[in-house]
Design a protein around this ligand. Structure first.
Ligand SMILES: Nc1ncnc2c1ncn2[C@@H]1O[C@H](COP(=O)(O)OP(=O)(O)OP(=O)(O)O)[C@@H](O)[C@H]1O
Length: 381
């Protein structure tokens, strides 16, 4: 199925602010697009509009140029004629039908001949690895198995677009991990276009080919997961994606914490008009523990921090630090040899510093005194 394009889509439910506001979103054929954001940001409303379960208040939705919705033209294609499969949080399985009959259900509705039905159901059961429970009823299955049945039911119908609304939210941590891998495998095997709603940033990061981060009905960033992580478009995205979250501090001249240190450092490194920087950010894993007295340099900010707590997780060490009047987290995969109250020396590479302007939008750091003046010029413009 060709690209799905949402153009200037808004949705009002008649009460409160717009649930979705002027949304432009392109979902390429074969992509795994995650709609990510906190509760109430408009993810489900967006998915339901793509499915034809809600009418937009303004804008248009097209698939490969075919108009599914256009408020201006008065066009609306009903859900059943959109060729999309839907899976919601609650699996909505028929309790009186076996797994096989549940999976077969959509094909019977479509009047698919019996022999083909069997082949397609067997394939869907095999793909979701639930063939062994085909003759059981939903009440005899675990939550994870029920989830797989609802996915198999959708796959049997072979829709070109899969719309999934928090389909893993009822599963325990182990099953969620398993199902993430399963969904990713499924996507790679079938090449289906998947639109997946989640408020779980880890889910989005691990599965998506592109992530649409939303807040208050407004798209904040649309980019591949690693770009969202390494180049967040604004302070909201920077804080929302990552665990522990990015360390963020106001970049004020008087501050004695991370923000103040970063400001002095950026001024010394002459990377651009530092006055435009309102907030500075650094990912916890970008803070390295170095030897006492380690000097800073043009390419590296170095500072002392007081250890508040060392939190080993087994795979890594999370350290909570006080730097001047601010708090900071660092994560290290090497053992951190420190105890509460100790002072440790830390270093952050200049390229690992994220800077944001007064409106919260990302600024591009220049590369310093000698090189890449163009980048500095961009930052100034
Ligand atoms: N049927 C409705 N009538 C009125 N307001 C609604 C309706 N459905 C959603 N809203 C409002 O629209 C906004 C967006 O809701 P939506 O369900 O799309 O958000 P969401 O990001 O999916 O949230 P969650 O993760 O909690 O499901 C919210 O403010 C919500 O209260």
């Amino acid at each position: 199925m060709p690209t799905i394009a949402l153009q200037s889509i808004s949705k009002s439910y008649g009460v409160g602010p717009l649930a979705v506001q002027d949304l432009d979103l392109t979902i390429p054929d074969g992509s795994f697009t995650c709609l990510l954001g906190p509760s109430g940001c408009g993810k489900t409303t967006t998915l339901r509009m793509i499915a034809g379960l809600e009418h937009p208040t303004a804008g248009s939705i097209t698939v490969g140029g075919r108009v599914l919705d256009s408020v201006e033209q008065g066009t609306f294609v009903p859900t059943e004629r959109r060729g999309m499969g839907l899976v919601f949080q609650n699996y909505a399985l028929w309790p009186h039908l076996t797994v096989r009959r549940n999976v077969e259900f959509g094909l019977r509705v479509q009047k698919v001949p019996a022999a083909e039905r069997r082949t397609r159901v067997d394939a869907a059961l095999a793909m979701m690895q639930i063939a062994t429970v085909a003759e059981r009823y939903p009440s005899q299955l675990s939550g994870g198995q029920q989830q797989r049945v609802s996915l198999a039911r959708m796959l049997a119908v072979n829709p070109s677009v899969l719309l999934l609304d928090e389909p893993l939210s009822n599963l325990d941590a182990t099953l969620r991990l398993e199902m993430r891998a399963e969904l990713k495998r499924l996507h790679e095997e079938t090449g289906h276009t998947i639109v997946f709603v989640t408020h779980d940033q880890l889910e989005a990061m691990t599965m998506a080919t592109q992530v649409a981060v939303m807040k208050d009905g407004v798209l904040q960033q649309l980019a591949p997961p690693m770009d969202v992580y390494h180049r967040p478009a604004n302070v909201f995205v920077a804080a929302f994606v990552g665990s522990p979250p990015m360390n963020l501090a106001p970049c004020d001249a008087e501050g004695d914490g991370l923000g103040g240190l970063a400001r002095q450092y950026l001024q010394l490194a002459q990377v651009g008009p530092v006055d435009r920087v309102a907030t500075v950010g650094v990912r916890p894993e970008a803070v390295r523990v170095v030897d006492a007295g380690h000097p800073g340099s043009e390419r590296e900010l170095a500072f002392d921090g007081q250890v508040r707590a060392v939190l080993p997780t087994g795979a890594a060490w999370t350290v909570s630090l006080t730097v001047g009047s601010t708090e900071l987290y660092l994560v290290s995969t090497d053992e951190v040899d420190a105890t509460t109250g100790n002072t440790i020396r830390c270093a952050v590479q200049r390229k690992a510093l994220h800077v944001f302007g007064p409106d919260g939008d990302r600024l591009n750091l220049g590369s310093g005194r000698d090189a890449e003046r163009e980048e500095v010029a961009q930052w100034v413009s």
